[in-house]
Design a protein. Sequence first.
Length: 100
Amino acid sequence: MALLWKRLSPLTPVAVALARALLDLKPKAAPQGSKDLQARLAALEDVQRRQAEATQALAEQTAALAEAADALRRRTRTLMAVAVLGAVLALAALVVALLR
């Protein structure tokens, strides 16, 4: 399945910024209550932090993948131009050889 890298590439910095913003969120002070509730809240905050870290890692990997795909696209375009130029030169050489 082909991805539209031109659409994906501009979105990856946004995803990285959002993931970092999630990591930078400071937990609000929990109201004084039972220790069980505070323990559950701490566990939920830990899960949220780990999810934000995973999201950030995925966004960074996607950004790197998009950059690599863009570099490969440019290299393919260059190689296609070289192949076309080679075909034109081969055709010109064939015409010259047939006219002699």
